[in-house]
Ligand binder design. Structure first.
Ligand SMILES: C[S@@+](CC[C@H](N)C(=O)[O-])C[C@H]1O[C@@H](n2cnc3c(N)ncnc32)[C@H](O)[C@@H]1O
Length: 253
């Protein structure tokens, strides 16, 4: 796995600024993924998927959960509420962290958010009991360093859960490098994780398809968040069958 072209944090700062508050596409996303209105997603994990992630994390009561590339923090506030875990969220977009902090405060949720990188979270060795990374590991500029960081911060026995997409065929030139090079099994094994399991999640994928179909069919008008949602829908449907939806898990030795 070689280093990939970098997407600067400024790109995501603008992305989050465009959808500050409640963006019009939030309601569409929530309807297709089965999420409640309070859960502001910037990824594609379904409500049923949250339950699978919680089960796979096996968090101890009162444990600490790190959410890497947390975005606005929506899913992990839900996971923390279900498990009673103390939540730390890290993202390299300062705007995402600002919105995540605001959302946690509005929900009176005990959570701490800070700016950091997938490969440099700034947390001490062995300091968390679980790590979750939802739909973001494909953005790591240096995947080997990112997987090593997930392992470094986990206490022995701690669990990592990643959700993302992998190429059905890694040699397919129709896919961007960022997707072709994602290999969660190799990444987790290479970082020294035990019990590595990668499973396909077709039910999550079919919720995505219906969401992108609605996004591609809508008229975005002059709303930048809707325009970006619409454009992403068109792009995603164009390569829909070229990728698999996966959940990858491992245990820190
Ligand atoms: C598709 S969004 C997912 C956000 C969040 N995990 C969620 O489920 O709502 C991808 C996130 O990855 C973050 N990201 C991308 N590259 C990163 C990096 N190198 N370090 C930290 N965060 C990064 C972006 O800022 C963005 O918040």
């Amino acid at each position: 796995m070689n280093a990939r072209p970098d997407i600067p944090a400024a790109y995501f700062d603008q992305w989050y600024a465009n959808m500050a508050g409640t963006a019009p596409n939030d309601a569409i996303t929530q309807r297709h993924l089965g999420l409640p209105p309070s859960l502001l997603s910037t990824s594609l994990l379904t409500w049923d998927g949250i339950a699978e992630v919680v089960t796979a994390l096996r968090l101890p009561t009162g444990g600490t959960l790190l959410d890497v590339a947390c975005g606005r923090g929506g899913y992990r506030l839900e996971i923390a509420a279900r498990t009673g875990a103390r939540l730390i969220g890290v993202d390299y977009s300062a705007e995402a962290i600002r919105q995540a902090t605001e959302n946690a405060r509005a929900q009176s949720a005990p959570a701490q958010f800070r700016v950091g990188d997938l490969a440099a979270t700034g947390l001490p060795d062995g300091s968390v009991d679980g790590v979750v990374c939802v739909d973001a590991i494909q953005f790591a500029t240096d995947p080997v360093a990112a997987y090593a960081e997930l392992r470094r911060v986990l206490a022995p026995g701690g669990r990592v859960v990643l959700t993302c997409w992998e190429a059905a065929d890694r040699t397919d030139p129709r896919l961007p490098d960022r997707l072709r090079t994602v290999d969660t099994r190799a990444g987790l094994l290479g970082a020294g994780f035990d019990d590595v399991v990668v499973v396909d999640r077709p039910a999550w994928r079919s919720a995505e398809r219906s969401m992108w179909e609605e996004a591609a069919a809508l008229d975005p008008g002059d709303d930048p968040a809707l325009q970006s949602f619409h454009d992403e829908g068109v792009q995603m449907l164009g390569r829909f069958d070229l990728v698999r939806r996966v959940m990858a898990t491992g245990t820190a030795p």
